[in-house]
Design a protein around this ligand. Sequence first.
Ligand code: BGC
Length: 513
Amino acid sequence: MSDNPKWLNNAVFYEIYPQSFMDTDCDGVGNINGITEKLDYIKDLGCNAIWLNPCFESPFGDAGYDVSDYCRVAARYGTNDDLINLFNEAHRRDMHVILDLVPGHTSWEHPWFKESMKAERNQFTDRYVWTDSIWEEPTGYGSLRGISDRDGSCAVNFFTHQPALNYGFYKPTRPWQQSVDSQGAIATREAMKDVMKFWLSRGCDGFRVDMAGSLVKNDEDSKGTITLWQNMTDFVRKEFPEAVLVSEWGEPDKSLQGGFHMDFLLHFGPSHYNDLFRCENPYFDGKGTAADFVEKYIDSYEKSERKGLICIPTGNHDMDRLARHIHGDNKKLAFAFLLTMPGAPYIYYGDEIGMNYVEGLTSVEGGYGRTGSRSPMQWDNSINAGFSAAPSEKLYIPIDPSEDRPTVQSQLNDKNSLRSEVKKLISIRQAHKALQSKGEIEFITKGEEGKPLSYIRKTEGEQILISVNPTDKPCEFKIDSRVKEVIYSLGDGAVIKEGSIVIRECSAVFAIL
Ligand code: BGC
């Protein structure tokens, strides 16, 4: 895809898990109107875009990633009109909303799948990946078998109740494996375009695309999946040039070729993201190393033509809360890094106040270990932390029971709070183009154990040095350019010398060069 829609260049996203953000109809589950009510809160933080996790009809075996109607908001969240109202209210505030598109699979309750299960041939027979005998497994990743009169096994993509949609096989090797240009595969692709069109024409600003790299099967180098996305993203570019597509793929060299505007850095696979935030000794807790992360980041950056369109999230609904591993003011240092990297930053709801991972919960809606990161937003100290007026036993997930749980109310007017620091960091990002999505990056120090992580962000006419030192030792490093002005300092900051900088322990500094 050629140029980004302009709004993406300075977008700072806020990810909302709709179940847990704000409940205005007192059923214990968050809803769309609750999100609309809190738009000013999000805007005040400085975020100008929202990624909304799936909010469509679903049996909720995977929290809505098992869609049973792509074009209808689930009743528990409200109506399509409520969602359209959210788009309008966001636009009125100069904000954008992207939805979560799940193109790889549906729920087994989707009407397409019910038709597809039938023995008689019909319009949906080839909508999913089926073998031609129940005794043959489709892709080696599990299957649905013996569930209807149709003699075949259906491939699944994630949980057993999520049958895989058919976009074809890059290299078919069995008679039942359809090619990428078979009628069935093309019909699926066109049906997914219709879904995109449905929401884009109602005011939605784009999509975060779930498991985007997994659509075409037997596609080792992703060539078939890239071609498929080129077709889909071309359609979006032509019909909705301001719409944004961000992939959950984790390989920017591939996803950007496919036409995505940006790609997520994933917490699984080779990214080393977890080295920074989520491992036994995470770098930002002052103990481990960021060096492998930096190496891999540079590798992806170079492979994607230094476009820097890699989004690094503070967390998300699939991983541990940032605060589970990063303690005290080190969280501020983590944000200083996250909010000065290229690509669009994504703040997972509640991370801006340091919400905790709630330990020991029973799984809710296929969350399993992820459930503790999906607990209700903590607004204030009133009943259910201000999330819902429902009886607490009716809440979607229990509120963090800790007495000292953070709340928005307690942090809003405290200038030393994490939320205030996050707000300050976003405003600095917004004031300097070099710090935004497209500014280039060059690493100066790679955050080896005991060392700071330092880099220069650049655009035409502006160069900003960022140095973040979460370790307990000061560190001196060389720089070629002269520091003109320090624009941000955290902790004891840095001592600027001629040709070098000493960054103090547990400190960060941003300086114009
Ligand atoms: C989503 C998960 C979901 C899975 C299956 C992911 O990557 O983020 O929450 O369970 O896709 O759709």
